[in-house]
Ligand binder design. Structure first.
Ligand code: C5P
Length: 483
């Protein structure tokens, strides 16, 4: 049996990295002062900070947590969001450190690029706050590197990058406990609520407790279907358990609802969703679903946010951020998280555009699926590289026929390259499949410049277009060997 090291060891390591960070930027002021006191202090730090973060929901929440923590400590910072920490960016960052005397924080990437960072950047100039699986866990973690795996904590299911950034922010100042809800939004973006009834496990569980304690999140039990979709559509396509009388048919779902006298439209002829149902209607619906054969999986936990009105569901907030990042509006997502209401309203609009783009791309992807012995693939030149990860995830989670093999997606990128996104169903992962490791090893074997990486069920890479055929063969073989 694997012995778990308590969270304390991880927190101690973070504390050491906080000291390293403050020393590196030469910060000499007490951090826990209130605003009026801070404004009277003379600041003494020699380096300003540049945060580089990933563009998905976990990356944007990480960036917002760090930005707020630095802002509150009066440490000057700037922020950039990247699709991935490619070698060309590391080269630019190296020049930036030399020219502008910056301190760099990498969040939600950096572990996969550790070799390049160690080669190109000097210690005392950067800090990595990441949760992706390191290549070599036998080595002692460097003072500029925070990663939960070194402390026997899974970065795939127990803490996200936003969680790591939150613990770092809390080490800087315990008053940053109010940023815990952002960490939960980030963890939901990486689908880490894999505990019973959609709850969190491990470090995420303690972070959630912080958020509940200070009233930033409340838990709610409800039916496990999308709460903002028209009810008959949510019941037809998204019930967690297939019920023959309803699943797969909108018509049957409508008949089922009318038999329960649950109206599908309100008085303004708008489609009703789960959120619009009264307590009694919810009870009736649940009872009827149980009568149809539904069981323990019907109910799940929802995480309600207290301060992002009109968005109340943390999962919905996380989707909104993903939309912003992938459409090229990361700053809208980050400023929404930092409390700007106008940005949040704009982000909601962007999400609507994103949903339309996604549904078009899903159709194109489905029409272009190719089956290999051990993998499935898709490519279409109209699918943008920033959204193939999302498309790949949706397809693997929603299509039974795509759950049996990993799905590897390709999209055109810059410089005659292809962006690669790979996703696998949890069952394959339970049987030992690790896509992060497979892509990393294949790219190493093929001498591909940019390191690939990720988690067992979700990973990515960037390859030259001319390497496509060999890459598919190598991944197909590597997956076959694991079976
Ligand atoms: O880009 P995509 O969404 O497909 O990435 C899936 C996961 O793999 C993400 O967690 C991402 O950070 C990680 N990844 C990585 N190294 C890469 C590409 C993706 O660690 N080169």
């Amino acid at each position: 049996m694997v012995t778990k090291i308590p969270l304390d060891d991880f927190l101690n390591a973070i504390d050491e990295r906080k000291e390293y960070f403050l020393k590196s930027i030469n910060f000499n002021k007490k951090l826990d002062l209130d605003e009026s006191e801070t404004s009277r202090e003379i600041l003494d730090f020699k380096k300003s900070v540049h945060i580089y973060s990933h563009l998905d929901s976990d990356g944007l929440t990480s960036a917002a947590i760090l930005a707020l923590a630095l802002k509150r400590a009066n440490i000057s910072y700037q922020l950039s969001v990247l699709p991935q920490l490619e070698t060309k960016y590391i080269e630019e960052i190296k020049q930036e450190i030399i020219s502008y005397n910056r301190f760099i924080i990498f969040s939600d990437f950096g572990t996969g690029q550790l070799g390049y960072l160690k080669r190109d950047l000097e210690t005392n100039n950067y800090l990595i706050l990441d949760h992706h699986q390191p290549e070599n866990l036998q080595e002692q973690p460097d003072i500029f590197h925070v990663n939960p795996y070194y402390y026997n904590i899974s970065g795939e299911s127990e803490i996200s990058a936003a969680g790591v950034c939150y613990l770092f922010a809390k080490a800087l100042n315990p008053k940053n406990i109010d940023l815990s809800s952002l960490a939960i939004i980030g963890a939901l973006g990486d689908m880490q609520n894999k505990g019973e009834k959609g709850t969190f496990i491990g470090a995420n569980k303690s972070i959630l407790e912080d958020a509940i304690k200070i009233g930033k999140i409340t838990l709610e039990r409800d039916l496990a279907i999308p709460r903002n979709q028209p009810l008959h559509i949510a019941l037809a396509y998204s019930l967690p358990e297939k019920l023959p009388a309803i699943s797969g048919s909108e018509q049957n779902a409508k008949l089922f609802l009318s038999s329960l006298q649950i109206k599908m439209e309100n008085e303004w002829k708008e489609r009703r969703t789960l959120l619009n149902l009264s307590t009694n209607e919810r009870k009736t619906l649940l009872k009827a679903l149980i009568n149809e054969g539904g069981g323990g999986k019907l109910m799940t936990n929802y995480f309600n946010l207290s301060n992002f009105d009109p968005v109340s569901d943390a999962k919905e907030m996380s989707k909104l951020l993903n939309a912003c990042g992938r459409l090229g509006f990361s700053s809208l997502g980050i400023t929404s998280l930092m409390g700007d209401k106008e940005s949040l309203l704009k982000a909601i609009d962007k999400n609507k555009i994103f949903k339309r783009e996604i549904s078009i791309a899903i159709r194109l992807a489905e029409e272009n699926i190719r089956n290999y012995e051990n993998i499935n693939t898709f490519y279409h030149n109209d699918i943008n590289e920033k959204i193939i990860g999302t498309i790949c995830s949706i397809l693997v989670h929603s299509k039974e026929e795509l759950k049996k093999k990993p799905l590897i997606a390709f999209a055109d990128s810059d410089d005659h390259s292809l962006k690669v996104s790979a996703r696998a169903d949890r069952e394959l992962v339970k049987n030992g499949l690790n896509l992060g490791k497979i892509l990393r090893e294949v790219c190493q074997k093929m001498d591909i410049l940019n390191p690939a990486g990720g988690h067992p069920p979700a990973a990515g890479a960037k390859i030259k277009s001319m390497d496509l055929k060999t890459f598919i063969e190598e991944v197909d073989n590597a997956v076959g060997e694991k079976n």
